[in-house]
Write a protein that binds this ligand. Structure first.
Ligand code: PRP
Ligand code: MN
Ligand code: MG
Length: 181
């Protein structure tokens, strides 16, 4: 098969940088949830890597569950209209929920998801995302834990895909324009 590196422009965050930042986020989360059990809700499929590393860096008791959602509408841009492809198996009533995401782009997915989860009677809902693109935001969301703010560029790796590829990279990089143009 072809060399993945040839599809990339440059490395944004190395494996080591990501591991360090995820450990810092985990320490913050441990400190904030000292006396509360947290339910981590991972958003498939992008959040798989963050979830795997963040959950293992935590010292608190956690449980994990997963949701799969799809933004649909015309074009490639997220429309804000979200459909649940796979719902949680956990009853959220009285739970402290921490949504785990790989990236917040327009914010439309998470804005909808947070409202949806809030309607299920949890004790609290917070958000942890590894990446956020402030320049791409269409809605403002209050995000408690952010790994890195990044410019509005096409990024892949560590769970992030382009046409379902590159999720398996252990670093985050920008895609070479010839790949998506
Ligand atoms: C990506 C990403 C976030 C969402 C962010 O998921 O993983 O979940 O888009 O976009 P937004 O802030 O503009 O709503 P995607 O829908 O590509 O699914 P995936 O996680 O399976 O790749
Ligand atoms: Mn996603
Ligand atoms: Mg995607």
């Amino acid at each position: 098969s072809q060399d993945v590196q040839a599809d990339l422009k440059h490395v944004l965050f190395t494996k080591e940088q990501i591991q360090t930042r995820v450990a810092e986020l985990a320490a913050q989360i441990d400190a904030d949830y000292q006396d509360r059990d947290v339910l981590l809700v991972g958003v498939l499929k992008g959040a798989v890597m963050v979830m795997a590393d963040l959950s293992r860096a935590l010292h608190s008791h956690v449980t994990m569950d997963w949701m799969a959602v799809s933004s649909y509408g015309s074009g490639t841009q997220s429309s804000g209209v979200v459909r649940i492809l796979k719902d949680l198996e956990t009853d959220l009533m009285g739970k402290h929920v921490l949504i785990v995401e790989d990236i917040i782009d327009s914010g439309l997915t998470l804005s909808w998801l947070r409202a949806n989860l809030m309607s299920r009677g949890p004790a609290s809902v917070e958000i942890c995302t590894l990446l956020r693109k402030p320049d791409a935001a269409k809605v403002e969301i209050d995000v408690k834990y952010v790994g890195y703010e990044i410019p509005n560029e096409f990024v892949v790796g560590y769970g992030l895909d382009f046409a379902e590829k590159y999720r398996n990279l252990d670093f985050i990089g920008t895609l070479a324009p010839h790949i998506y143009e």
